[in-house]
Design a protein around this ligand. Structure first.
Ligand SMILES: O=C(O)C(=O)C[C@]1(C(=O)O)C=C[C@@H](O)C=C1
Length: 88
């Protein structure tokens, strides 16, 4: 295997980890959705989303990667959580 093949194999493994972690996140969001339903809580929680944004910015900065890029990714993930919770 040459260098680019080795690197591409590593990228595929990382992508698999990312997908598995996204599935785990969605599962947790579903459980939160059930809790919210039982306790008559709204799906959208602005304060929590503000806190998450600060947390994601801080972790992005620690790793010296674009906080804007990470914010865009989490926008999609959190939108999906809200969708999953509203579908229940
Ligand atoms: O923490 C919650 O209350 C969630 O429902 C999870 C989550 C998220 O995906 O992180 C989703 C929707 C809320 O507006 C805030 C956060």
């Amino acid at each position: 295997m040459n260098e680019i093949e080795r690197l591409r194999l590593q990228i595929s493994k990382v992508d698999k980890d990312i997908i598995e972690l996204i599935a785990k996140r969605q599962d947790l969001a579903k459980k939160i959705g059930e809790y919210k339903k039982k306790n008559n809580m709204q799906v959208y929680d602005h304060a929590r989303e503000v806190l998450l944004r600060e947390f994601h910015d801080s972790v992005s900065n620690e790793h010296k990667i674009s906080a804007t890029m990470i914010a865009r990714i989490f926008e999609i993930l959190i939108e999906e959580s809200r969708k999953v919770q509203s579908d229940e």
